[in-house]
Design a binder for this molecule. Structure first.
Ligand code: UTP
Length: 292
């Protein structure tokens, strides 16, 4: 089956980015001049997905407004003859058809995905988290779709995280599949653990915010118990899914930026700005002149 739909959970509280996220969704923080969620939606579109579902919550209206038509702004830009900016603004609202579904309470990533069930139905789908911005020659979601097409199973994106930082992630225990690369890129998942202590991590393969999920995940999430903090964790749902069907993990090609974390966001901002034709050279000059 073809992957046509993608879910973008964006109903989290974004506490790591307070106070910026008190009245503004973290998905709308600009990386240079584009909100982070737009990068992720562009990745899904470049991977052949044309049906986008954003899970929003309270205080997230700015996301809907960003992808909507803004008549007033268009009129003003038109009147001022700012055709370049006008084109950019129009392109955003014409990008793709987006549906919104509301998660009334931030009850966890697993719950946010469950809320999208009526809009997905009985087909495999992608999940993309705006916290992870991935710069890759072949869009990460497209790489994941290729693995799904080969194995017809759920696929989790992973990357190697060395040292104690691994305990900030969901971590897989996996058996390499075939010889697609050395070390392997594709793994048959045997188990997964959420945020293990460094000494107990089953591998150095951390789960990153890109997933291809089979529709069975919904039934499994409906039976996944909330954790101590009252949240339904996707990792716990995936463990139940593993009992029913095989799940693969894929070590994607590309560089991932953790845009949900302050330092990760700053690193992404600097690197994306340096790559820009219109800003890169001047920004590099400025950085070279800084005294540390
Ligand atoms: P995070 O674990 O990063 O949580 O969620 P968060 O609340 O957004 O941010 P911090 O940790 O407090 O700073 C991972 C993804 O799952 C979504 C978030 O929007 C983010 O894309 N999410 C999380 C939901 O949609 N609903 C939830 O209840 C929790």
């Amino acid at each position: 089956m073809k992957i046509r739909k993608a879910v973008f959970p964006a109903a989290g509280l974004g506490t790591r980015f307070l106070p910026a996220t008190k009245s503004q969704p973290k998905e709308m923080l600009p990386l240079v001049d584009k909100p982070v969620i737009q990068y992720v939606i562009e990745e899904a579109m470049a991977s052949g997905i044309d049906n986008i579902i954003i899970v929003t919550g309270r205080g997230k209206n700015a996301i809907e407004d960003h992808f909507d038509v803004s008549y007033e702004l268009e009129k003003i830009l038109e009147g001022r003859g700012k055709t370049d900016l006008l084109e950019q603004v129009r392109a955003i609202s014409k990008m793709v058809s987006i549906s919104y579904v509301r998660q009334k309470e931030a009850l966890g990533l697993g719950h946010a995905i469950l809320v999208a069930k009526p809009l997905i139905g009985e087909e495999p789908f992608a999940v993309l988290l705006g916290d992870d911005i991935i710069d890759a020659e072949v869009p990460c979601t497209q790489q994941m779709i290729s693995v799904f097409e080969r194995h017809q199973s759920s696929v989790l994106a992973t990357q190697v995280v060395e040292g104690p930082d691994i305990s900030r992630y969901g971590v897989i225990k996996g058996e390499p599949v075939g010889a697609d690369s050395e070390p392997a890129r594709t793994y048959h998942v045997q188990d997964l653990v959420e945020k293990p202590p460094y000494s107990e991590a089953p591998s150095n393969l951390a789960i990153i915010g890109r997933y291809i999920l089979t529709p069975e995940i919904f039934e499994v999430l409906e039976h996944t118990r909330a954790d101590k903090s009252g949240e339904i964790q996707l990792t716990n749902g995936l463990r139940l899914l593993l009992e029913r069907q095989s799940v693969h993990a894929y070590r994607f090609e590309g560089k991932r930026y953790d845009a949900g974390d302050k330092l990760g966001f700053l690193i992404a901002t600097v690197e994306f700005a340096l790559k820009r034709d219109d800003l890169g050279a001047d920004f590099a000059n400025y950085l070279r002149g800084l005294k540390f």
